[in-house]
Design a protein around this ligand. Structure first.
Ligand code: GLU
Length: 418
């Protein structure tokens, strides 16, 4: 397993973990038991492409720990996917689920591919064949995938269908983030972004920040776009935004409806006429009230942490801030970090609701979903702030401590088998 440490994202997750484990005083033996992924699967499989050729793809599924129930976490279709990255993301899912009180261990999966360059037919072939390889590994009581970067409701529908065809009956509980018509939950698609917006609003009230909040968001996929739309609906002003095609900045405010319509039409943000292009790195360092990294890992680093000019850093992405950057932010003390494992937990919380609804074949109203989501987010934010205040640690260390402690206690109580 040591080879995983050569992956920078896995090394980062371990560094964070050891920092918190030392703070909590976890013995070396316990650390080893809870750090390494319990089960990892690597698969390679062929897919028939539209031009008649057959292409091989590599995919992974990592289940970090099984002490609290089935494992839970998204599936990423992205060219940068590696076993190390997926293992780190699985570890973070463990701390996230434990922090917000879900009866799950963490998991993550992914296939190294470029979904934007594949046809619908090719994507369906890839999804079904990958799912086929995962059949012995997943299931409603074993491991429950969900969407992540590059995947969506359609992909989840194909996964659910492939699994169901194999077992011989419809098994909606095998994945979450499905279309509502086949057992998905109302509100799941917007859940992560709605959660980010809810927490930003709460924190801005606690900090007594003046309105309107000026927002910059990195990444305009499901998480970034929904967070911004929600916040703008509540009166905030979007002043900067980026995606893979480029970054845009307009200190006077960007019309969100126009931006969404432009992205819908062209598939990208670059070229949007109502804002100026800006370098992606510089965008993060512009003055704003709320900076929302909602793309990938390790974007707030020791290179830019000193230069950030936001009051709230709301981590919509998983692992956007490196441990070196964290230390800089801790010394600065002027930025309130809403740590990823709380900030983006709306997705997995509503996934849990979806799984519960599927298990009971009893479906909730959207109002019930969001009320229950906001109750959990609000209570968890307060526990983190209380811990951070009482123990004089950052919100990151507080959140990770609460999550890691629960997993360590569960492992301790269950003991070592046999
Ligand atoms: N991929 C999302 C995350 O990183 C959601 C996972 C889930 O719903 O299981 O939290």
């Amino acid at each position: 397993m040591e080879f995983l440490l050569s992956d920078p994202t896995f090394a980062m997750a371990c560094e964070q973990f050891h920092r918190v484990a030392s703070f909590l005083g976890l013995p070396e033996k316990t650390r080893e038991i809870i750090k390494w992924p319990q089960r990892s699967l690597t698969v390679s499989f062929p897919v028939k492409m539209d031009n008649g050729t057959i292409r091989m793809f590599v995919g992974y599924r990592v289940q970090h720990h099984l002490a609290l129930g089935p494992t839970k976490g998204g599936i990423r279709f992205d060219p940068d996917v590696t076993l190390g990255e997926i293992s780190a993301l699985a570890m973070w899912m463990s701390w996230k689920c434990a922090l917000v009180g879900l009866p799950f261990g963490g998991a993550k999966g992914g296939v190294a591919c470029k979904p934007s360059e594949m046809s619908k037919k090719e994507l369906e072939g890839l999804t079904r064949r990958y799912t086929q390889e995962l059949i012995p590994f997943i299931g409603p009581q074993k491991d429950i995938p969900a969407p992540d970067i590059g995947t969506n409701e359609q992909i989840m529908a194909w996964m659910m269908d492939t699994y169901s065809m194999q077992v011989g009956y419809t098994a909606p509980g095998v994945v979450t983030g499905k279309p509502v018509t086949i057992g998905g939950s109302l509100g799941r698609r917007e859940a992560t972004g709605r959660g980010v917006a809810f927490l930003v609003k709460k924190v801005s009230e606690i900090l007594k920040m003046p309105n309107p909040l000026r927002i910059i968001v990195q990444g305009f996929g499901n998480v970034g776009s929904v967070s911004v739309r929600q916040l703008v609906e509540q009166g905030a002003v979007l002043i900067g935004v980026s995606d893979l095609s480029g970054a845009l900045y307009n200190p006077k405010g960007i019309n969100c409806a126009h931006l969404c319509a432009y992205k819908e039409k062209t598939g990208m943000l670059a070229g949007f006429p109502e804002a100026d292009p800006i370098d992606g790195f510089d965008l993060l360092c512009q003055r704003c009230d709320v900076l929302i990294p909602a793309a990938k890992e390790r974007v707030i680093t020791k290179k830019n942490a000193e230069k950030l000019q936001c009051r709230i850093l709301a981590e919509g992405a998983n692992g956007p801030t490196t441990p070196e950057a964290d230390k800089i932010l801790e010394e600065r003390k002027d930025i309130f970090v809403i740590p990823d494992i709380l900030c983006n937990s709306g997705g997995v919380i509503v996934s849990y609701f979806e799984w519960v609804q599927d298990m009971q074949s009893y479906f909730w109203s959207e109002r019930e979903v969001f009320d229950a989501l906001y109750r959990i987010l609000s209570a968890t934010l307060h526990s983190i702030m209380k811990f951070s205040h009482e123990r004089k640690v950052s919100t990151r260390i507080a959140a990770l401590s609460l999550g890691i402690k629960k997993v360590a206690e569960a492992k301790e109580m269950r003991g070592v088998f046999p």
